[in-house]
Ligand binder design. Structure first.
Ligand code: SF4
Ligand code: SF4
Length: 371
């Protein structure tokens, strides 16, 4: 099979000159495509994750502005879109609109499924408890989608990039919850009640207060609070805890199904992907916080193939270990083939494989570097 093209603008520079830095290269990367073919005379949804609360490592507005300028010059009518739910009133009143303003970027910002999250198109699916995907109305109505994603870690799916920006970002809250429900207990920590004598050591020693025994005396972990430090696993005297849950694979399949349903609403050549490999943090931007990068900045990738760009993005993260202060104190790396697997105990390539199996893209790619 012919390899898919992934274009790459690197953060590397060979002289002290703005023209060799990433924003200039990003502009050249966009101009290396015939964007007029993609957007001329079309309504273009620019799907981003605009972040929450105290997060400051979402895509820098300068790159958004460069992209919008290129879309407009190529004849597209563009709007930015993300969840922007009314209840996402954040820390001290800080919201996504404090990071990205319509005036500054030159494009309106619309809540993806309407102000009240009720504007959607229902698609029937059938995977375990997942029976419906509610595709966000503003995505469904657009003629072109540009999936502009910040590439970073994620506790349940190991990483978040182009796939997650669609699967969790182009649907309603109800669908997001249904996909999350697929990984019930998805912390990845498995408790064996036959081995546990309820000594309570694991509860007492969890410095994040993330674990507890429920009303039925079953061990539970809050995926919101758990840092996956695995201390509870290590100190359990009876080996009643382990990190081996495969539930996360159901979550990946849920992501793939939602991605497929969203992409069905577009022609293949009318969706364009851009992954920003900068500020590659431990957690997703939905956590409303930012932490130091796990690895040095890499650059920006683009492609018409969602599988190829995700695979290339993961492959570009080659480090075996993380930068200082990028993990919560006490969290340790586990065994794994990719850094994200070492961080989260979950194989990040499974997400891509699930999408590739649906015929949505090509795992084989070749890099064209923009200089
Ligand atoms: S440390 Fe192990 S044996 Fe003790 S309560 Fe926790 S899971 Fe059970
Ligand atoms: S992995 Fe760490 S944070 Fe999570 S429940 Fe166990 S001790 Fe607590």
């Amino acid at each position: 099979m012919k390899k898919s093209i992934v274009k790459f603008a690197s953060v590397e520079f060979d002289k002290i000159d703005p023209s060799v830095t990433l924003p200039a290269k990003f502009d050249r990367l966009l101009k290396s495509y015939n964007l007029r073919n993609l957007v001329d005379g079309k309504i273009v949804a620019l799907k981003m994750h605009l972040g929450r609360e105290l997060g400051y490592t979402t895509i820098h507005p300068l790159f958004v502005k460069i992209l919008i300028k290129n879309i407009k010059e190529a004849g597209g009518e563009v709007f930015i879109t993300d969840l922007l739910l009314p209840h996402l009133k954040d820390f001290g009143g800080i919201t996504a609109r404090d990071r990205y303003s319509e005036e500054m970027l030159g494009a309106p910002i619309y809540p993806v499924a309407g102000v009240y999250d009720k504007y959607y198109y229902s698609k029937k699916v059938n995977f375990k408890s997942l029976k419906e995907i509610q595709v966000a109305g503003h995505i469904h109505d657009a003629e072109v989608m540009i999936d502009f994603s910040h590439f970073k870690g994620h506790g349940v799916s190991s990483y978040g990039g182009a796939i997650k920006n669609i699967a969790m970002g182009c649907v309603t809250s109800k669908t997001r919850q249904s996909i999350h429900a697929l990984h019930s207990g998805g912390s990845g920590i498995v408790w064996d009640g036959n081995l546990c004598d309820h000594c309570n050591k694991c509860i007492e020693e969890c410095r994040y207060k993330a674990n507890s025994f429920d009303d039925e005396n079953k061990y539970t972990v809050s995926v919101h609070d758990c840092t996956y430090c695995q201390h509870c696993i290590e100190i359990c005297p009876n080996n009643a805890l382990s990190l081996e849950s495969k539930n996360y694979l159901d979550f990946q399949e849920g992501l793939a199904i939602a991605t497929e349903e969203v992409l069905k609403t577009f022609l293949f050549e009318k969706v364009f992907y851009i992954n920003v490999l900068m500020n590659i943090t431990l957690m997703c931007d939905c956590w409303g916080m930012s932490t130091p990068s796990l690895v040095p900045d890499i650059g920006i990738l683009s492609s018409y193939d969602i599988v190829a760009i995700e695979k290339a993005s993961l492959d570009m993260i080659k480090s075996d270990t993380v930068l200082p202060n990028s993990l919560p104190m006490g969290k340790i790396l586990v065994k794994g083939n990719h850094l994200f697997e070492k961080v989260w105990g979950k194989d990040p390539y499974k997400q891509i494989e699930a999408v590739a199996k649906k015929g949505l893209g090509n795992i084989e790619y070749e890099i064209e570097e923009i200089v």
